[in-house]
Design a protein around this ligand. Structure first.
Ligand SMILES: Nc1ncnc2c1ncn2[C@@H]1O[C@H](COP(=O)(O)OP(=O)(O)OP(=O)(O)O)[C@@H](O)[C@H]1O
Ligand SMILES: [Mg+2]
Length: 288
């Protein structure tokens, strides 16, 4: 797959403080690329550099093979759902979408079709005529996503799209994202929720303090940096714990060698991205 985005040795300082340090990676066409890191890791700063809202202090960003952030072609083909909501509270959902659609150059029947599709895509069709100020946090997040997808961008950047949302909106957002990937959009997804990354992302970059500390598929990260599987079973009213890198083989052995009828319960705990992060950095991904 061709690269949609190439970051080459990006650094960013605010005053004298270094926030991003020599960061390089590529995002391939059609993937959901997770950018995982704790608060203050530099995720939003990086997103702002990719979209041209901020200039890098050093390094190069190449978009769509041949463009820099800020070029008209790059701007027209990126959709950003920013971490801080960008919506007009006094307008209805549909009025917000019509406004932002016009800003993106959509008019007439194209605008109407895009608004309708975006509303349906985030499950807000029946809320189209409600003012945003009456929306829940989750509904606002969904509308924020709808604004970002109105012009069918090749590259969609979602900066913490599920922060502060109810479980129903979280599921709606995750489903919309998978659907968008199936339609061929490339998605960069920043979060500090590893469960979302485990469910959604084809590849994951783990950032900490402005540096890239690992980049791989979720399985690749778990295999390279995760702990063993933990198997816990009770037998003859006693709890047993065992560690293995091959849970199926261990369970088979257990069932064949012992008296399996005595085993009353068995559970397997898989390695997690949280552990991967802890193993790589020495501190927790979640700080609260
Ligand atoms: N305009 C700015 N001026 C000075 N420092 C800034 C500015 N913007 C961000 N920072 C600092 O840069 C660091 C990275 O911030 P950034 O918002 O990129 O992190 P993040 O990974 O998006 O965090 P979060 O998960 O909280 O959204 C933080 O220490 C932040 O205080
Ligand atoms: Mg952020």
């Amino acid at each position: 797959m061709p690269d949609i985005l190439i970051l080459d040795q990006i650094s960013k300082q605010f005053d004298q403080t270094s926030v991003i340090n020599h960061l390089s990676f590529e995002v391939e066409e059609g993937e959901i690329f997770g950018l995982l890191g704790p608060n203050g890791a530099g995720k939003t700063t990086l997103v702002n550099i990719i979209t041209g809202l901020l200039d890098a202090s050093a390094g190069a960003v190449t978009l769509f093979g041949n463009y820099a952030p800020g070029d008209a072609y790059a701007r027209a083909n990126i959709g950003l759902a920013s971490q801080s909501l960008a919506l007009y509270e006094d307008l209805t959902a549909i009025e917000n979408l019509q406004f932002f659609g016009r800003m993106q150059g959509l008019t007439g029947g194209n605008l109407d079709a895009a608004v309708k599709q975006a509303l349906a895509g985030v499950g807000l069709t029946d809320k189209a005529d409600q003012r945003v100020k009456h929306f829940s946090g989750g509904m606002k997040r969904r509308l924020n996503l709808a604004v970002a997808i109105l012009h069918q961008p090749k590259l969609l950047i979602l900066d913490e799209p599920t922060v502060g949302v109810d479980p129903q909106s979280r599921n709606a957002i995750m489903e919309s994202i998978l659907h968008l990937r199936d339609q061929g959009h490339t998605i960069i997804y920043t979060t500090h929720y590893m469960e979302e990354v485990e469910k959604l992302c084809d590849r994951v970059a783990i950032m900490d303090k402005g540096q890239l500390i690992a980049l791989d598929s979720v399985n690749g990260l778990l295999q390279a940096h995760g702990d063993n599987y933990h198997i816990r079973y009770s037998q003859d009213n006693q709890i047993h714990n065992t560690e293995t890198d091959n849970p199926l083989a261990t369970i088979r052995e257990l069932l064949e060698s012992e008296q399996p009828a005595d085993i009353s319960s068995l559970s397997v705990q898989s390695p997690t991205l949280e552990q991967v992060f802890l193993n790589l950095t020495g501190h927790q991904l979640r700080d609260g």
